[in-house]
Design a protein around this ligand. Sequence first.
Ligand SMILES: [Zn+2]
Length: 511
Amino acid sequence: MVQVNFIDVKDDDAIFEGSGWDALVVVATDISQTGFDEVSLLAEHGAKVDKRVGQSPTLLFAPGLAGGRLIISPVKNSDDDVEDVRIFADAARAGIRLAKDAGATRPLMLVSKSADPRYQSATEVAALACGQELWQALELREAKGDLGDFEAIGLLNSSEASESVNAIEAGRILARDLCGTEPERMSAPAFADYCIDAYRDSGLKVSVVEDRDVLERDYPLLSAVGRSSFAVSRHQPRVVKVEYVGEGEIERSFFFAGKGVVYDTGGADIKVAGGMAGMSRDKGGAAAVAGLMKTLSLLKPKGIRVVAELGLVRNSIGSEAFVTDEIITSHAGVRVRIGNTDAEGRLVLADLLSHLRIQAEKAVKPELYSVATLTGHVVRCYGGYTATVENAVAKQDGIAMSIASEAQAWGEPVEQSQLRREDFGKIIDPSGAADILSSNNAPSSVTARGHQYPAAFLLRASGLSANGCMSKMPLAYTHIDIAGSATEGDPLYGKPTAAPLVGLYKHITRA
Ligand SMILES: [Zn+2]
């Protein structure tokens, strides 16, 4: 099992030898204020012989404490206005890495409390950061067996039950496995099968659309993206539908479209000059939504219903490939001229959203979302941050604001972008022959408003533009671009993060 089991520890004596833990990892803003005299005293002694103690992660020989190992991982700059809870994540990752290198198998983690409201979830954020640090790629696990380093990690005096941390981490592991895996192991059919396995006995309703005729009829834009992949059976598209229904009267409903482009060659507008490497990670949106559904199935929040459609498709190139200039009618009946075949994610999402829109119109307090690694532009704008672009209905309801505040508290900060009237100007078909144009013909990263205007396309192509504030059936819709945040580190092969799973979970379960 790749998942580390987090265990609540309420007994302060667990820090001592004989408690069954074999290292004490202290994540602290101030070594003299750990809340444990024995620990602070040892750390202060240690700092006298090694100036790194309290400045960088260090291991002290500590007879009498758990495993004789005291690891001090300092939280830096906690008083600095610009910092957020991720400083605890950074310190926890460094501390757990040191514990692993030192040979511990059952470390106990103590995260020092802070009165600062920015750090209210510091212990849980630190635990999730350990999960991020310790995750290993699915291909590696399948080739070499699970290299489980830790039997368990104890969380001393955390405020939230470890059950919730474990469930969130289980969702994040599924999201990372789906996002991070190479394009043959995690082809569209394999992605669908992996979800079915992961949801077995979960209580989630799951179905998969795989029939070509049904896909072409119900998901015509998605099927155009996948047109040249139909010839290769193991590359054929899939749509995975997942539904969670909480106990009790349903008070709110959520609808998620996830972009799962399992490989993006760019299509006929092929990615050149080395631009294709890393494009197996173009499924991070579908992966994050799949992980969110897993977390929901484990924690079973009451009174909400959550419906997801994951569009899994390989943007291949071949004699059947769709090409720029084609006009294709979307599921919502909107005639879309293809502006560039490498802007395929929005085509996949538009059909999914059209199906979700029909369901949302009959639902209690619905909110719709698309989650996607959509544009290079968002990376140019915000670096490694998630961006939201919401319609006027969502804005009235403060949805992006709520996601941003939850995500901030949980170490997944979000930038809120605005949809503007100019964004709709960019999707006009100059010939007048089609209803709209899918994209301009330059990389988004050199296009002004390159990550905002796709939300205008999504609203129009999915039919959601008919559900504005003044309509009979207003629907709140928020587009979430995670092209910058879905992976960390190396731009091509960095570790998947599962963002924005935690912020979304906290938003949809917000009281
Ligand atoms: Zn593309």
